[in-house]
Design a protein around this ligand. Structure first.
Ligand code: PLP
Length: 385
């Protein structure tokens, strides 16, 4: 089976884990600090705070801007559920916004329409690894004096011009789940240029306590103070050691992913496949986390292709059902009548094809040949009927 995404772990990561296991600190130790410095350096941000997952990173970002009951946060309809769940964790209300049908990125024009006097923040999702239009989103956020948060779980390594895409929001949240651009098994991070947010998130991930165990051990003091209610959302040193090695390989992987995307685009034209890749924006480098095509729904159903590819050993996936259509949200009065037309139309047609750094151009060709064969067989069956 060719999976739709897969991590790459080498001997260097294994060696780094063994070193931590033989060391004094399994958590909140020097490997965590080392990974945070390397990440901050990579994305050219002064602060990077590691966390136990991308979900924890989003929760921490919402907590850092003090989202609470009565607050609204604008989120795109097409995203992983964690984006909007993070707003709910803090007692706030996610307000779903439609996406641009060409890119499936949050539509700034609809963001404007969804802003109310209660809106406190916009969460933009760099869907499939492509950075959002942060210039326009920043203008909107500044005009309404609200925060701009990036769910960058797909886009570590993405750039706008020559600048890391995560520099444009007030905080950017990353995930290090195995299918994401780099992995630590589970893990996440927030990066920011704001020292207040840095301090709040460091405390939030450690129960709301102002110092960490190792800091107290080094200083030889036992007292600590808990001033706010936090969580145990810490990344451990075993994870951080893997992350630091992965980060060194990221630039090469991003380049490789973009080469594979170009090969997909070429094969689709070459083989005349009735699928359309998402559009890419000028002046940006995508992290190419996902390769998403829209199926021409007049010719065949997306699920027909999904099932056919799976039967032929090609892992594919659908990212994502508009979040408000999940039963948890639909059950709530506030979300019963939400409708984002572009998101719902896209959902019927989108398919994520395999994309990961260890794939070859031949794998891409193989996926495309299988798409051609499935559609050829169903056209044949239609003609016979
Ligand atoms: C993966 C992902 C998350 C959650 O990250 P975890 O590390 O799995 O908690 C949040 N948002 C988006 C868009 C994601 O893809």
């Amino acid at each position: 089976m060719l999976p739709y995404g897969r991590q790459e772990i080498g001997d260097e990561e294994i060696e780094a884990v063994c070193q931590v296991l033989r060391s004094d600190y399994l958590t909140t130790g020097p490997a965590v600090e080392n990974f945070e410095l390397a990440l901050a350096n990579y994305v050219e941000s002064p602060f990077a705070i590691s966390l136990s997952s991308g979900t924890a990173a989003l929760h921490a970002a919402m907590a850092a801007i003090e989202i609470a009951e009565g607050d609204e946060v604008v989120v795109p309809a097409i995203t992983f559920v964690a984006t909007s769940n993070a707003v709910l964790y803090c007692g706030g209300s996610p307000v779903f916004c439609d996406v641009d049908p060409r890119t499936l990125l949050i539509d700034p024009a609809d963001v404007e329409r969804k802003i109310s006097p209660r809106t406190r923040a916009i969460v933009a999702v760099d869907y499939a690894g492509q950075p959002c239009d942060y210039q326009r989103l920043r203008t909107i956020a500044d005009k309404h004096q609200i925060a701009l948060i990036a769910d960058s779980c797909h886009s570590l390594g993405a750039k706008i011009g020559n600048v890391p895409a995560s520099r444009f929001a007030d905080m950017s949240c990353f995930s290090f789940h195995p299918v994401k651009p780099i992995t630590t098994g589970e893990g996440g991070a927030v990066v920011t240029r704001n020292s207040d947010f840095d301090r709040r998130i460091r405390s939030f991930r450690n129960h709301g306590i102002d110092t960490e165990f190792r800091q107290r051990a080094i200083k030889g003091v036992h007292k600590y103070s808990m001033a706010t209610l936090g969580f145990n959302y810490r990344m451990n040193d075993i994870q951080a050691a893997i992350g630091a090695v992965q980060l060194k390989k990221l630039s090469g992987w991003t380049e490789k992913r973009n080469t594979l995307v170009a090969e997909y685009n070429r094969q689709i034209v070459l083989q005349g496949l009735p699928v359309t890749p998402l559009e890419t924006c000028d002046n940006t480098t995508s992290a190419s986390h996902l390769y998403v095509v829209r199926c021409d729904s007049n010719q065949f159903g997306r699920d027909h292709l999904f099932n056919g590819l799976r039967q032929r050993g090609v892992g594919c996936n659908v990212h994502y059902l508009p979040v408000y259509l999940h039963s948890f949200y639909r059950k709530k009065q506030a979300y019963r009548n939400v409708k984002c037309a572009n998101a719902e139309a896209a959902y019927e047609e989108i398919l994520s094809l395999p994309l990961f750094a260890a794939m070859s151009n031949r794998d891409v060709e193989f996926v495309c040949e299988n798409i051609a064969a499935i559609l050829h067989a169903s056209n044949g069956a239609k003609a016979a009927a």
